[in-house]
Each structure stands twice: as C-alpha cells, then as structure tokens.
Ligand binder design. Structure first.
Ligand code: ATP
Ligand code: MP5
Length: 263
C-alpha cells in the first residue's frame, strides 16, 4: 500500500489556473501529496483580472467539508479565498467539529488585479472565527495594513504589525514582502520571536498566485512534519523556483510554473 500525506485546500476556483484551488492542487501534487478541495466560490478570471464571482451557498460548503472530513482526514489544511461572513462561519464550525489540525490561513482580500475577493463585512468574521483556529496567518502587505489599520513600509513597521496581528491569533503570522520594491523578504512572528526570510526579487512580472502557492506549500511542509520555520523556508524556496522558472502565459500578470523540478 502507498502511504501519502493528504492536504485539503478550502479556497476559490480560478478559471485561468494560476491562483486559488488550481494553484493549490498543483503545489500539493508536486510535493508528492494527495490534494483535496472544498470550493468556496467560482471566479471567472484570467491574467487580466476577475470578471465574475459566484459564491458557493454556505450550506454546500458545509456539505463538501462533511464529505471530505468524515472520510479522508487531511494532515494539513490551507484556507484561501472565503468570500463572505456566512462562508467563514460555515468553515470555522466544521473545522472545530472535526478538530482539524495544522491550518494555514491566507487572508485573501483583494486580487493582484484589484478585485475584492472578501466582502468588507467578512473581515471581522475572519478575525473572530478563523484566526483562533489558524497555526499560521499569511497576510501580504496590503492585507496586514487592513488588519492593523495603518501603513506598513519599513522592516520596523512590519515587525510592529506582525506582533499586533499575532495578538488575535493562537499561532504565528507571516507578513509577506512580495509588495516591497527592492527585496522579497517575509517576516514570521511566532511565540514572541521574529524570523526574517530573505530573498532576492526575481525579475518576473508574472506573479499571479504567489500567495496561494506559498501558503499551500507551507501546509504541505507542516503535513510532512517540519517545524513552522522550516516549513516557511522550504515553501519560500519552492515559490522562488516557480517564479524563476519564467513561465510567460496570458496578456496580464501570468501564473507560476510548478513542475520546474520534475523531468
Ligand atoms: N518578484 C518576486 N521575487 C521573489 N519573491 C517574490 C516576488 N514576488 C512575490 N514574492 C514572494 O511570493 C510570496 C507571496 O508574497 P506576496 O506578497 O506576493 O503575496 P500575495 O500578494 O498574497 O500573493 P498573490 O499574488 O497570490 O495575491 C512571498 O514569499 C513573497 O516574498
Ligand atoms: C480564486 C482566487 N484566489 C486567490 C486569488 C489571489 O491571487 P492573486 O492576488 O495572485 O490574484 C485569486 N486571484 N483568485
């Protein structure tokens, strides 16, 4: 019998395959793991933007979660686009009911192309319902700014924001530096300790789905049993490789190439 780690992604579908559920399934598969998905929303999007969003009814999100969690227990879970407060509550209720462990929460709010992917009134639900369940929260700079209500530009401001956001969490917070200009340094704050993950900026404008890829790779590494720090470092290395692979698809900000280490 083949033993394999199982990773569940709870996220939105990206019809162009660069972000969301599709990026997560590619990442999980390339990590040699078994991917499962609970779809919170259908988006009609491509590299130019998001042209439509159709949310899954919350009862149907619950039904998907019941089917997966009662049958194949995931070793880790990644949560991405959750759309509405009702969907947030549906997910949180089921994760508590099934005592799901190793949860990475990517608080997706606005797409790279500028479309809102989380209703404004759902931010509070995210904070009260899902933050307490997460082992790691992975906001990008605009999301971290939204969560602490002020501008973040310097390394010192990133550290202060991480500490403040972590106050509402059980686990750690990773503020991603993809929106910085000179570097792509990410900051982890966990158990009172700061760890910086430094990275050169890859000169590739095709960054659609970087956040989704990073968070699902972290979930894979947690499923494998790595520590939080090791999981973030390995995921960052994977992400940098997928950016460096230099795929150039579509007219806008294109997707990453996941199979760069294969073949
Ligand atoms: N040009 C780049 N070179 C190297 N690393 C990058 C680059 N752009 C983003 N990253 C890295 O990608 C990861 C995701 O960060 P980012 O801030 O882009 O997240 P995000 O905005 O949530 O992503 P998404 O595009 O999916 O919304 C981080 O580890 C970040 O440092
Ligand atoms: C379904 C879905 N989930 C997440 C994102 C964020 O990714 P990006 O910021 O790269 O557009 C997205 N565009 N679509």
């Amino acid at each position: 019998m083949t033993e394999v780690k199982k990773v569940l992604t709870i996220a939105g579908s990206d019809s162009s395959g660069g972000a969301g559920i599709q990026a997560d399934i590619k990442t999980i598969t390339v990590h040699g793991m078994y991917a499962m998905s609970v779809i919170t929303s259908l988006t009609a999007q491509n590299t130019n933007g998001v042209f439509g969003v159709l949310d899954t009814p919350p009862e149907f999100v619950k039904k998907q979660l019941d089917c997966v969690l009662s049958d194949i227990r995931p070793d880790a879970v990644k949560i991405g686009m959750v759309s509405s407060a009702a969907i947030v509550r549906a997910i949180a209720g089921k994760l508590r009911e099934y005592c799901v462990k190793r949860i990475v929460l990517d608080p997706v709010m606005v797409s790279t192309s500028g479309s809102r992917l989380l209703a404004a009134d759902a931010v509070e639900a995210l904070r009260t319902e899902l933050f307490p369940l997460a082992d790691l929260l992975t906001p990008n700079l605009p999301e971290a700014q939204c969560l602490c209500g002020r501008e973040i530009k310097t390394a010192g401001e990133m550290e202060a924001a991480a500490k403040e956001i972590a106050g509402a969490l059980r686990g750690g917070v990773l503020i991603k530096g993809g929106h910085l200009t000179d570097t792509a340094d990410d900051l982890l704050y966990h158990n009172g300790e700061y760890t910086w993950f430094h990275s050169e900026r890859v000169q590739n404008p095709n960054t659609h789905g970087t956040g989704c890829t990073l968070s699902s790779a972290i979930a894979c590494n947690l499923a494998e049993g790595y520590s939080l720090k090791e999981s973030v470092q390995r995921a960052k290395d994977y992400l940098t490789g997928a950016l460096k692979a230099g795929l150039d698809l579509g007219a806008g900000s294109g997707p990453l190439y996941h199979a760069y280490g294969i073949g």
